[in-house]
Design a binder for this molecule. Sequence first.
Ligand code: HEC
Ligand code: HEC
Ligand code: HEC
Ligand code: HEC
Length: 464
Amino acid sequence: MKLLLRCLIVLLVAAGTYLAVHLSRKGPQASSGGRLTVHFTCDSSGRLEPCGCFTGQHGGLTRLRTWLGEQSPSGAVLKLDAGGAIAGGADYDLIQHRYMARAYATMGFSALNMGGREAAIPAADLVKLSAVSAVPMLSASLVSSETRETLLTPYRIVKIDGLRIGILGVVSPRSVPTPGEGVAVLGLNEAIDRHLPKVAAESDLVILLAFANELEMRRLANDYYELALVLGGDVPGPTQDLIRENESLIAFTTNQARTVGTLSATVTGDARKHLSDPAYQIQLLKESIPQDGELVALAGSYRAEIRKTALDLDDPDSTDPNAIPGVGPSATYVGSTSCHDCHAKDHAVWEKSGHAHAFATLEKKGADADPHCISCHTVGSGKQGGYRRPMGSKSLVDVGCESCHGPGSEHVARYRDGKPTNFKFRPLGAGDCMTCHYGEFSRPFNWEEFWPKIAHGSDKPVIK
Ligand code: HEC
Ligand code: HEC
Ligand code: HEC
Ligand code: HEC
């Protein structure tokens, strides 16, 4: 009898332990064996929508949203940005970033990592920006240069289908030539060492967002077996094939919002999970993908805000940051009409060209107040005496004579007023065209094809 009772107790205890173990395993482990799909972007550079400078352009968050909306992977889905969503550090870039973050939020992104451009923003602005960002801005690397405390959230834990995913964000000091005022960039290992133990303890699986080069990403995978996935990066092009290093999968993309990476894999392992059986794809956001209407409207709201906001570059005294201090140009901008009298034939050629309507092109798109556009569609924007927004000086709109030849006041004074000067315009060539005709802003530039369309200058000027 006693023996029987003892057996029963042993049995009950065993059953209890079994149940306890298995019940406690429910929850976090429910997704083990399930699929996890991660969509990721990097280096979106403020490309909420493509600029529209020529037909055949790829990319833009407007296309990303359409494409993501068409995907329906099974299992858990996560969306992340590995850094570089901002176009630069100017006041209008910070305004635009708010809209970028809102666009990312509508697509369900969980984190925006900080890249090299973000790290160049002054600490105070960065903190302000993150306070209003619709998607959490992560960085374990960026710290106050005074207190060495992190400026932003270093990591976050996202729960999907019971799986706790830790997302940690870093940027390599090598990707940040000059950190913003009050910002210091920790070494990659120091940034990770500070937070990884906590991230690992609070999560089942860790993803590192690393705005770093390929070698650095590989090295981090070898240094930290806890990383299931490393996404980047500061790279010349996207990974075509997934990289496996130590316990991690590594993938990266770039290209100013023209591509999106997608990785899906099976979540395996007991306590610390890793990813197995991966499928990987880099998708080019082709022109044939329609632009999402809601984000096109959001881009319109950005342009409306920028139009009514006073910006640093509106200041007539603000100059090209590349200008040498104290060495002002000897000549100032006078506008294309000033050239008409003596160069009537050249002026007539110009007037018929697209260059003479470049500002109207922006007005049609409502982009005539957007600093991201006016630089190439006006004369001397941002340079001393060049086009300024609030003054709206109509003589300096469009790609004028002086957009290519440079400021002409000295030249005009010489021939019209007989001013003694040895000023001479410098000779021009294809390289001067390519200050505007490059990358996404132009069909591939070819002098033999482009110059004949605007050819001029062979007629003798007539002094009037
Ligand atoms: C780096 C210089 C540059 C910037 C910045 C730029 N553009 Fe352009 N844009 C060009 C050039 C060059 C062309 C002509 C391209 C060609 O003919 O292949 C062009 C052409 C265009 C055209 C097509 C004109 C036509 O009728 O064919 C549109 C529209 C346009 N730009 C809008 C914009 C908008 C909007 C922005 C800001 C988001 C912008 N551009 C920023 C250089 C620039
Ligand atoms: C008052 C008459 C006059 C006006 C106005 C004028 N030019 Fe000229 N320009 C000339 C003359 C004359 C020459 C020829 C000089 C020579 O043959 O040595 C010339 C030559 C040039 C050259 C050849 C390079 C050089 O420096 O000699 C360029 C380029 C040029 N002009 C551009 C312009 C532009 C751009 C404007 C408007 C900002 C302009 N010109 C306004 C009279 C004028
Ligand atoms: C300051 C920026 C800028 C520079 C420099 C520039 N372009 Fe352009 N170009 C533009 C823009 C903007 C447009 C689009 C104008 C539009 O249609 O709104 C354009 C359009 C064109 C076009 C197509 C329109 C047409 O008239 O056929 C040609 C061709 C062209 N550029 C040739 C050249 C050549 C050649 C050079 C160098 C000698 C040059 N461009 C330098 C900004 C520039
Ligand atoms: C898109 C760029 C661009 C624009 C806009 C432009 N030019 Fe030119 N211009 C050139 C190039 C390139 C040459 C040929 C190379 C050279 O001679 O420097 C040239 C040549 C000339 C020449 C002959 C230069 C010489 O040394 O004999 C004159 C004069 C001239 N341009 C005047 C003008 C005037 C006036 C306007 C405006 C009505 C104008 N250009 C607009 C790019 C431009």
